[in-house]
Design a protein around this ligand. Structure first.
Ligand code: ADA
Length: 574
């Protein structure tokens, strides 16, 4: 199940999840030995999954081959992968279909002239980290490998709809919208085809016309804008969704959208014209028993826990999350920050100047905006997290990413999360300024105590004024402390205790809420996560223990303290 609702009523779709065969290739001999033609001595594995959660494979890094027999009625097929970690090479009946790099975004292959019957699909997934990897070796999450999200087979007939972005602008009274569709159409036959094409949003038909495409031709069609009156807005308290249906004579694509407007006005963030304060958490889509192949039921439970905490927003730290999770957020009216896995100081100055890295980041942004464009819950695009944003090379790359997101990202705020705001030079591009700082946990040249925060708030204000950035809303996008679940202390300064974590988070959330230039908090973090073995400092059990829940979602003291504050802020209209 890829989405919360069926995407097609006309197109024939088969779910390729379930039992596959797999085989490790530690010596990377598979290609030379012809494994792309079929695997011998393979074992059974369930897809989606990551191999690290199989017994004995926790630390396996390298190549793993997967095989699936599929059945088609023949003609043109499309095979879509939700996420393969991290490099994927794909063959059908021994013929290479192509490759994809990047663990958290989808990719597909369209194959013509496939004969009716059974075929062999082979995937080689490789999570080897090298100097051009996303993320780099030094990273604060686990480098899982495998086919971690759904795989689907589509039978394409006639003129098909590969993508449908609904582009809209709301009127100033927010009661009507000017709407158009950007469609990607493809002729799945080898000869010219004509077809009627229509697009509807709820009961409104916004387009109905004819197209003609040559054999195997692909086009992008921007439909003329039409005015829609009397629309109902999507917002956090009433997340009204409209079903969007694009249709040809032989194909369809169904999605959901919500009409809403996110913007800034001086220090304020406005959702549908009203000031909003972010009560948020950072969340990894990860679990020690499932890795990044995150179960749908647990997504729902995480959302329940997040709502119960009093949150109105989640940051998908640090990569695009599953679309099913986004569907759930759309339905529940929870705001989402989506970013790419360009994480931290692992991205050295040298890495940021590397053309391959810069282009890989851009490709991830393009895939993210392509797949997630219609989700109303996404209100922030994150360009990168904690890179060397004090360096000119970071400025150049940020500009590139910004230009793509502004032009193709719809109505969202653009930002990056900075952990050195006092010398960051990339904030020109930000609609909102987002700061990750860990006073009271890491020392940062301060005293290491909570009081460092008061000075920080003043220093940051001065820096923003000096750079002319004062006047943009500021969000504290990360702050926190680790606590070992079950470790308690009578002394409130004992680090690693649940009490210290709860005190630090309460202190910070209250302080930031009082700070006149701040408009919200994403605490670090929702729950503990498994981290990489390269994070050998401060990561007891090789987990990042800063969760206010442990990795099995059991609460620490901080969960209840934060809940009290976030719920109070909500009741104060924040
Ligand atoms: C950073 C980073 C997080 C996490 C955090 C921490 O801010 O963005 O992913 O590593 O630090 O726990 O230190």
């Amino acid at each position: 199940m890829k989405r919360l609702f069926p995407e097609h009523k006309i197109r024939a779709v088969s779910d390729l999840c379930g039992a596959w065969s797999y085989k490790l290739d530690p010596e990377k001999v598979g290609i030379d030995e012809g494994w792309q033609n079929g695997l011998t001595d393979a074992k059974t594995v369930i897809v989606p999954s990551v191999w690290n959660t199989e017994l004995g494979l926790l630390t396996y890094e390298g190549a793993v081959w997967y095989e699936k027999r599929l059945r088609t009625s023949g003609g043109t097929i499309r095979i879509e992968f939700g996420a393969v970690m991290t490099t994927a090479d794909v063959w059908l009946d021994g013929v290479k279909l192509g490759s994809h790099y990047g663990a958290f975004t989808s990719f597909d292959f369209i194959v013509n002239n496939v004969s009716e019957g059974e075929h062999t699909l082979i995937v080689r997934a490789d999570n080897t980290i090298d100097e051009k990897s996303f993320p780099q070796r030094y990273t604060d999450w686990y480098n899982y490998g495998g086919i971690a999200r759904e795989v689907q087979l589509d039978e394409l007939k006639g003129i098909c709809i590969l993508r449908n972005h609904i582009v809209y602008e709301l009127s100033s009274d927010l009661k009507s919208a000017t709407v158009s569709a950007e469609l990607e159409l493809y002729n799945a036959e080898d000869k010219k085809q004509d077809s009627a094409v229509s697009v509807s949003i709820g009961d409104f038909c916004i387009y109905n016309d004819k197209v003609s495409l040559d054999g195997y031709e692909k086009i992008t069609l921007s439909t003329p804008s039409v005015a829609l009156d009397g629309i109902t807005l999507w917002d956090t308290t009433s997340p009204v969704l409209y079903t969007v249906c694009a249709k040809t004579e032989t194909d369809d694509l169904i999605d959901k959208i919500g009409f809403r407007k996110i913007e800034t006005n001086g220090l304020d963030i406005l959702l549908n014209g009203k000031s909003i304060y972010f009560r948020g958490v950072n969340r990894h889509e990860e679990h020690p028993d499932w890795g990044f192949a995150f179960p749908h039921k647990l997504m729902k439970k995480d959302i329940d826990l997040i709502v119960e905490l009093g949150c109105n927003t989640v940051r998908g730290s640090h990569y695009p999350n599953s679309r099913l999770f986004l569907d759930m957020l759309d339905e529940r009216g929870i705001l989402f920050w989506s970013e790419i896995p360009m994480w931290g100081c692992g991205f050295s100055e040298k890495a940021l100047k590397d053309e391959v890295i810069v282009e890989r980041g851009l490709a991830m942004h393009k895939e993210m905006t392509r797949d997630y464009y219609n989700h109303p819950s996404i209100i922030i695009w994150g360009m990168h997290n904690e890179i060397y944003s004090s360096q000119p090379c970071a400025y150049d790359l940020t500009k590139k990413y910004y230009e793509h997101l502004r032009a193709h990202g719809g109505n969202r705020l653009i930002t990056h999360a900075s952990n050195h705001p006092l010398d960051d030079i990339c904030m020109d591009f930000n609609d909102i300024i987002c700061i990750n700082i860990y006073h009271g946990w890491y020392n940062y040249g301060g005293t290491g105590s909570l009081k460092d925060w008061d000075k920080f708030v003043d220093d940051l204000r001065n820096r923003l004024v000096e750079k002319g950035w004062y006047g943009k809303p500021v969000i504290m996008s990360e702050f926190g402390a680790a606590a070992l679940a079950g470790f308690h202390s009578h002394f409130d300064t004992v680090r690693w205790s649940e009490e210290y974590q709860a005190d630090l988070l309460s202190y910070c959330i209250e302080l930031f809420n009082k700070t006149e230039y701040m408009r919200g908090t994403y605490l670090w973090q929702f729950c503990n996560i498994r981290t990489s073995f390269s994070m050998d400092i401060n990561r007891v059990r090789y987990f990042n223990n800063k969760g206010i829940l442990d990795e099995y979602r059991n609460p620490k003291n901080a969960y209840f303290k934060v809940r009290e504050i976030y719920k109070r802020l909500a009741s104060e209209g924040k």
